[in-house]
Design a protein around this ligand. Structure first.
Ligand SMILES: Cc1ncc(COP(=O)(O)O)c(C=O)c1O
Length: 402
């Protein structure tokens, strides 16, 4: 198809969106499907945030705004960075976009040249590598291991850095593993970046799951634990996950002014401002009561513990208990090479999730989509009863493998 741009041949459609769509189609066709594929909370957006949106609508806040965010929202973001992360970002150092995804996209497309390298600790969120490739740059996956709690080892980071490395993308708590770094674990990584030979590397930290961290673990972000990295760090965050606002589309970042300006320039030639109503709702989200987050987290912890326990009872699966986010990432190494009840030979984690969907109606995302095989991702941001039923089906599926 010569008409389609070559750049699009370098990327894949989002695997998580593809699995969610397939699950929706099967459901619409009458199949009994449980989808554990979507990366979004099942909780509704808090009422005070919805009310702020209604007020904005009634007040006629329906016009174009400044491209990268209204001053009131930039002030709220600036206050959030100070309050939660002890980071000073002036409004001129803040960019607001249509979801964290757009902010990341702006940062990567706005900085990468052909042949640049971007280090991605794998397994990692599906979109990083594709955005890097769209920009003509090269994703460099560095492996994290289950036995290290899926945390990157400093020597592995150091060995991956070359003169072409432009960014190190960091994501804690992580999608898909839920792994979170302690202050000292993160400091060990930032120390690597302080070495003379690594001073050209910038950090793009994706703090999307900042508030979804459990069991007394604390959240840390790179520029906070290592102030010397402040001038080469983009601290990205958003409202989708903790504020249950996936559909509203709002993300933001703080960073050095020239980078923020470049990101805004790119956004000015694509979407322009994020939705005006959403921006007013975001101000309420950031400045308003935060207590619902702890309430939601208590439910997430219960569900995580349930899912981890039930998956570890399934033959051939091994599931670590993560510190944060709302995902678990079990290994299915013990299922590879076996045959399912309906005769599918499981050669890869994609075969595993495909057969699981077809035979038991449970939709999960295969580890290959996150560059971490053989494993699969389960989102436990779903009603507890539904999770129990899903895990029962997974146990049955695994128990039937021969
Ligand atoms: C790690 C991570 N970063 C960024 C995003 C993008 O979120 P949004 O564009 O909804 O703000 C997601 C969403 O799944 C994610 O999991």
């Amino acid at each position: 198809m010569g008409f389609i741009a070559d750049s699009l041949n370098r990327i894949q459609p989002s695997a998580t969106i593809a699995v969610s769509m397939k699950a929706r189609q099967l459901k619409a066709a009458g199949r009994d499907i449980i989808s554990l594929s979507a990366g979004e909370p099942d909780f509704d957006t808090p009422q005070n945030i919805k009310d702020a949106a209604k007020r904005a609508l009634d007040a006629g806040k329906t016009k174009y705004t400044d491209v990268d965010g209204i001053p009131e929202l930039k002030a709220a973001v600036s206050a959030k960075f100070k309050r939660d992360n002890n980071l000073d970002y002036k409004p001129s150092q803040i960019s607001v976009g249509t979801g964290g995804k757009q902010v990341l996209y702006n940062a990567l497309l706005g900085t990468l040249n052909l042949g640049d390298e971007v280090i991605l600790p794998a397994p990692c969120w599906v979109s990083y590598a594709d955005i890097v490739q769209l920009a003509g740059a090269k994703p460099v996956f560095v492996e994290t291991k289950m036995e290290d709690g899926f945390r990157l080892r400093p020597d592995v980071l150091d060995a991956a850095i070359t003169p072409k490395t432009k960014w190190f993308i960091f994501n804690s708590p992580s999608n898909p593993t839920g792994a979170a770094y302690s202050e000292s674990e993160l400091k060990a990584l930032t120390d690597v970046l302080l070495a003379d030979k690594n001073k050209h590397v910038w950090v793009l930290t994706d703090d999307m799951y900042e508030h979804l961290i459990y069991d007394g673990h604390k959240f840390f972000t790179p520029a906070q634990v290592e102030p010397a990295l402040y001038d080469r760090t983009l601290t990205m965050n958003g409202l989708s996950k903790a504020y249950c606002m996936t559909g509203w589309r709002l993300g933001y970042a703080g960073g050095p002014e020239p980078l923020i300006k470049a990101m805004s320039k790119l956004q000015s030639q694509s979407t322009s401002n994020p939705c005006s109503i959403t921006q007013w709702a975001a101000i309420e989200a950031l400045n308003g009561p935060q207590d619902f987050i702890a309430r939601n987290n208590a439910v997430f912890v219960e569900r995580r513990d349930l899912v981890v326990a039930m998956l570890n009872q399934a033959t051939g699966l091994s599931c670590p208990k993560p510190e944060g986010a709302f995902y678990v990432y079990p290994s299915c190494a013990g299922a590879i090479g076996k045959t399912s009840a309906k005769g599918t030979v499981i050669k890869t984690d994609e075969d595993f999730v495909t057969a699981l969907l077809e035979e038991e109606g449970v939709a999960c995302v295969h580890g290959a989509a996150f560059a971490g095989s053989p494993a699969f991702r389960i989102s436990y941001a779903t009603a507890t009863e539904t999770l129990k039923e899903a895990c029962t089906r997974i146990q049955r599926f695994c128990g039937n493998l021969k």
